[in-house]
Design a protein around this ligand. Structure first.
Ligand SMILES: *[C@@H]1O[C@H](CO)[C@@H](O)[C@H](O)[C@H]1NC(C)=O
Ligand SMILES: *[C@@H]1O[C@H](CO)[C@@H](O)[C@H](O)[C@H]1NC(C)=O
Ligand SMILES: *[C@@H]1O[C@H](CO)[C@@H](O)[C@H](O)[C@H]1NC(C)=O
Ligand SMILES: *[C@@H]1O[C@H](CO)[C@@H](O)[C@H](O)[C@H]1NC(C)=O
Ligand SMILES: *[C@@H]1O[C@H](CO)[C@@H](O)[C@H](O)[C@H]1NC(C)=O
Ligand SMILES: *[C@@H]1O[C@H](CO)[C@@H](O)[C@H](O)[C@H]1NC(C)=O
Ligand SMILES: *[C@@H]1O[C@H](CO)[C@@H](O)[C@H](O)[C@H]1NC(C)=O
Ligand SMILES: *[C@@H]1O[C@H](CO)[C@@H](O)[C@H](O)[C@H]1NC(C)=O
Ligand SMILES: *[C@@H]1O[C@H](CO)[C@@H](O)[C@H](O)[C@H]1NC(C)=O
Length: 686
């Protein structure tokens, strides 16, 4: 041990000695602090070896993206609703001309001829080939080979590199450089998924299915049984939603599916026939297929009918009809069937299909899809999608409902932040993203064997720290929690936050996901609502106040314990709060695989809320206005248009969780929709 230590300090000395020979007009741009034990530094790279060099240019305006988005979505702004075109978005965020010119000039002056330099299509980086010798001279460093003990691979890298002072501000990072990315090893960040006795993947926010039951006790037009089964009439009565009448061609509702969620027409027809009388949705009504990278929405065999997609479509159709639904089914079957990874990670291939510029967009040291986390296309596996990665092939619908998500703690921060920026960019273009807030209250499913969340679904060394659900924590999306009509209550009573203890009826403890991000700070639009919550209803738990540092490293957010430090805190007091809003998410009547059954989850709440927003957009578009776009600023500006939920809590991590109280709370957000009030408000906006 001792030997190794002294060897390390010797290396450090050598670096220092080197550094003193470095000219004074350059500065260290990046320096590696430590070397993971899987890597071993080997010989200096031979001077004639060729490197594919990439210079990541500093993006302009990423930090003002929030302001841009508020400018079009804050109801107090004169530009409310004036959404941007995709070209405006690309132009606004590409590196400045000055950045481009300065970096090119520096390269040319240092022996890299302009003819050798390629500028990427999204303007985010320069690429060129250079010999090791050229690269060393350019960066005032030495390149060594680093061997990866896990894969045996060898890649070039340096311990630190230098750039002229005036160039540094224009460059994010250079590769090869200090970062040692292990050769693609798709399992590296993946864990096993535990499937419970109902066949549910516990990791994700799937619709929770009860056992098939008898439809006869629930009558389509009888509101007296809404405490037993939620039918379309119950949803309409709870939120005062009148039947839809129009179908503007530019206002389809988007619903995201993956993980082998295929619907059958028979299920839709059974549902329409039995539950949508007299406002009858005709048999054969089906979503518009928007299949991505080998995805497929519909299947014949009821054996393969997916609980989540049945739930989503059967909740949303009665609200939006005659408006259409666009079903985004993402990834080929092989990827969807790989329960090890789908949508614990993900959404990148989906976003690529909606915005071609995202395919190669660089931010936070990540360019394009992450080779460790995202599926590559063409998929080399037999039966996989043989086409190219689909980039920009579908125009996004105005509203997109996603009943999927994972844990903030499961993903590299840089990966999440890059994706979060994309929600901001699409928000600027008028798209509303709604994500389920999770079904495990302040924790997450205690599922991932060997995973960070361990056996409790909670974080930290004592496995007691709350574990928020991603991507709802991204401040540019709307996170939707769940409510329930408890036995004996009617649609005329206030709903309560959902809580079903394990076994009654689902195999897992089910409560509305809520809490505070460890990555994103409290956004301005939410700040006063969160402050009022803590001022009046401090839950009394010890807390910490820290955000995960933005290192841009390919690093998970493992060490929530480190964020908590020695405070003993179990949640983050300065993080973005979720959910933003809520809707019913329990005992939902569905047909799935030919059977009548009851289902639930924030998976149900999300398509309900999304369908309501689609109806509001429909009215706005019919009146010559644009869609609402990013919802949160206008929701928080006018909370009285929501039914405030003030009863219930979201247990987890050996606590009762947070409580639903007057005003915003991290259980049900601002509350459930009141359609007439929301309509009045949104029609009053430009
Ligand atoms: C709800 O209230 C309305 C109006 O007071 C009443 O007509 C209806 O019967 C009530 N519904 C239920 C299920 O109690
Ligand atoms: C739908 O949107 C497109 C632009 O995306 C526009 O050209 C067209 O006029 C719109 N259709 C209607 C009926 O408003
Ligand atoms: C619609 O489909 C359902 C289920 O297949 C069937 O029971 C019903 O008879 C059909 N209705 C009509 C009008 O065809
Ligand atoms: C449809 O509803 C009727 C009446 O409630 C019921 O008798 C029938 O079994 C239902 N059909 C199916 C296929 O569940
Ligand atoms: C999923 O992970 C398990 C355990 O790590 C592994 O045995 C299995 O091969 C993986 N499955 C796929 C489809 O990658
Ligand atoms: C449900 O929560 C209780 C109380 O926190 C806990 O004891 C139990 O293990 C949990 N059950 C499951 C299936 O997670
Ligand atoms: C890129 O990564 C380096 C080192 O990991 C870090 O110092 C730098 O801040 C990162 N850049 C961004 C934009 O995250
Ligand atoms: C439907 O119910 C039947 C009878 O209980 C059962 O055999 C079948 O597996 C169920 N189908 C699905 C998709 O759950
Ligand atoms: C409050 O919520 C609990 C479940 O958390 C439920 O049992 C109770 O009926 C609710 N009370 C009211 C007044 O809605």
């Amino acid at each position: 041990m001792k030997g190794i230590k002294s060897l390390l300090s010797l290396t450090a000395l050598l670096v220092l000695a080197n550094a003193s020979a470095i000219p004074s007009y350059v500065e260290v741009h990046e320096k590696r602090e430590s070397l993971h034990p899987r890597w071993t530094k080997r010989d200096r790279v031979e001077s004639h070896k060729l490197f594919p060099m990439r210079i990541g240019l500093t993006q302009t305006n990423l930090d003002v993206g929030y302001e841009h988005l508020m400018d079009v979505s804050n109801p107090a702004s004169a530009n409310f609703g004036k959404h941007w075109t995709s070209k405006q978005v690309i132009d606004a965020f590409q590196p400045s001309k000055e950045t481009e010119n300065e970096v090119r000039k520096w390269l040319v002056e240092n022996g890299i001829p302009s003819s050798r330099i390629t500028h990427s299509e999204n303007k985010g980086w320069f690429a060129f080939y250079a010999t090791a010798e050229e690269a060393e001279r350019l960066l005032h460093t030495e390149f060594h080979e680093y061997e990866d003990s896990e894969s045996g691979g060898v890649i070039p890298g340096c311990e630190a590199y230098h750039l002229p002072k005036h160039v540094r501000e224009h460059i994010d990072y250079v590769t090869p450089g200090i970062r040692l990315l292990a050769p693609v090893q798709r399992q590296s960040l993946k864990r096993e998924v535990v499937v419970d006795e109902n066949g549910l993947m516990k990791r994700n926010i799937h619709g929770l299915l009860q056992n098939p039951s008898d439809a006869s006790y629930t009558k389509p037009n009888d509101l007296s049984t809404c405490d037993v089964a939620i039918t379309p009439d119950c949803v309409a009565a709870l939120y005062k939603i009148p039947p839809g009448k129009t179908s503007h061609p530019n206002n389809s509702l988007g619903i995201f599916e993956s993980e082998l969620q295929f619907y059958t027409q028979q299920d839709l027809d059974l549902f329409f026939t039995n539950f949508t009388t007299p406002q009858h949705i005709p048999n054969g009504t089906h979503p518009i297929a928007a299949n991505i990278d080998g995805g497929l929405g519909v299947i014949e065999d009821p054996y393969y009918a997916g609980g989540e997609v049945s739930l989503d479509l059967e909740l949303a159709y009665p609200i939006v009809y005659p408006q259409t639904i666009t079903l985004y089914n993402v990834d080929d079957f092989i990827v969807q069937a790989n329960q090890n990874d789908t949508y614990t990670f993900g959404f990148n291939t989906f976003l690529d299909a909606l915005d071609g510029s995202y395919c190669s967009f660089s931010a936070y040291n990540e360019t394009g899809n992450d080779p460790n986390l995202d599926q590559e296309y063409p998929d080399p596996l037999l039966g996989g999608w043989q086409g190219q990665l689909m980039c920009g092939v579908y125009k996004p619908t105005n509203v997109i409902s996603l009943s999927y998500g994972g844990q903030e703690s499961d993903l590299p921060i840089s990966y999440q932040k890059r994706q979060c920026l994309e929600y901001m960019k699409l928000g600027l273009q008028g798209v509303s993203f709604l994500f389920a807030s999770g079904d495990s209250g302040v924790s997450n499913y205690p599922a991932s064997v060997g995973g960070i969340d361990g056996p409790t679904g909670c974080l930290g060394p004592n496995l007691d720290i709350f574990n928020p659900t991603w991507p709802g924590t991204c401040p540019y999306v709307t996170s939707v929690g769940a409510t329930k009509v408890y036995p004996g209550k009617t649609v005329n009573d206030s709903e309560s936050a959902v809580f079903d203890p394990a076994g009654f009826p689902y195999s897992v403890n089910y409560s509305s996901g809520g809490g505070f991000s460890n990555i994103y700070p409290i956004p301005d639009y939410q700040a006063s609502a969160v402050k009022v919550y803590f001022d009046n209803h401090d839950p009394g738990y010890p807390y910490y106040s820290a955000l995960s540092p933005d290192t841009g490293d390919i690093k998970l957010l493992p060490d929530v314990g480190a964020l908590a430090g020695s405070t003993g805190g179990i949640y983050n007091r300065i993080g973005r709060g979720i959910p933003d809003v809520a809707a019913n998410g329990d005992n939902i009547a569905v047909y799935n695989g030919g059977n009548f059954t009851l289902s639930g989850g924030t998976s149900a709440s999300t398509p309900i809320f999304s369908a309501v927003i689609t109806r509001l957009n429909e009215e706005r578009i019919n009146a010559g206005k644009g869609p609402i776009g990013f919802l949160n600023p206008s929701l928080y500006a006018n909370p009285s248009m929501l039914n405030d939920i003030t009863n219930g809590s979201n247990p987890g991590c050996n606590t009762i969780g947070f409580s639903a109280v007057k005003g915003w709370d991290p259980v049900t957000g601002l509350g459930t929709p009141n359609f007439p009030k929301m309509l009045e408000y949104y029609m009053s906006l430009p």
